[in-house]
Ligand binder design. Structure first.
Ligand SMILES: [Zn+2]
Length: 237
């Protein structure tokens, strides 16, 4: 990877054995990255970035606005999300095992030992989020294995900074971003389908988009919903 400067913006350029230029702007600070075919020189990359400047600036503004939102502290009456819906947090200190319970479809009760700090409260919440997300995934994969006609040998959930999901084609393993548990369930399903379609088509080619259109005609809508929803506020370890 190397870095070029275009109209005062720093752009990371990676050369890969791919057919088309691919431009991405990534949270949290709006880093710009271009994946370029081996034969495409920096001048062509520069020209492409210039034509996309308004779009890049819009993305960066959006990320910065999200960054300005306060980080989560896991305190009383803070809002936390599950499957696209906001819940008010109750922090309940006491004896017994740490746990999380949803009640009245509006509040999340977080049970922790007396004197637990924000890191401990976050840990309990993340463990619960992981469990909630992991419960949704196997039936979803089973459903889409039948529809798409591929098999997933393994899957997992992890925290990722720049991706909603990824697919290891050789191992037939998909990874899903833990943050998806906070988004509407259609967003999770879109990412599951997207990663599974990679088992038929490695790159984001026209064929990839045709397959997505075939299996999930509303995928663009789900994608846009996912990218509009605020990103996480936690600091990523
Ligand atoms: Zn992909």
């Amino acid at each position: 990877m190397h870095r070029i400067s275009v109209s005062g913006l720093q752009v990371d350029v990676v050369r890969k054995d791919i057919k088309n230029l691919h431009l991405g702007v990534y949270p949290p600070e709006g880093r710009i990255r271009v994946a370029a075919p081996l034969r495409v020189d920096d001048e062509a990359v520069r020209l492409m970035v210039i034509t996309k400047l308004p779009w890049i600036r819009r993305q960066q503004t959006r990320f910065l606005a999200q960054e300005r939102q306060s980080p989560r502290e896991y305190t009383y009456r803070e809002t936390h999300h599950l499957l696209g819906k906001g819940y008010l947090l109750n922090v309940i200190e006491g004896e017994g095992p740490s746990r999380v319970e949803v009640h009245d479809k509006a509040e999340i009760d977080l049970y922790v030992p007396v004197g637990s700090d924000a890191a401990r409260r976050e840990q309990v919440m993340l463990r619960w989020y992981r469990k909630e997300l992991k419960a949704l995934i196997p039936p979803m994969i089973a459903k889409w294995q039948d529809i798409i006609g591929v098999t997933v040998d393994d899957w997992g959930v992890k925290r990722m900074k720049t991706k909603w999901g990824s697919c290891n084609i050789e191992a037939r393993r998909i990874w899903l971003n833990l943050e998806l548990v906070k988004k509407p369930v259609q967003c999770l399903e879109y990412i599951v389908v997207h990663e599974m379609v990679h088992l038929l088509e490695r790159n984001h080619t026209d064929r990839f988009r045709e397959l997505m259109d075939q299996f999930m005609p509303l995928w663009r809508h789900h994608r846009d919903m996912l990218n509009q929803a605020p990103l996480c506020h936690e600091t990523w370890g």
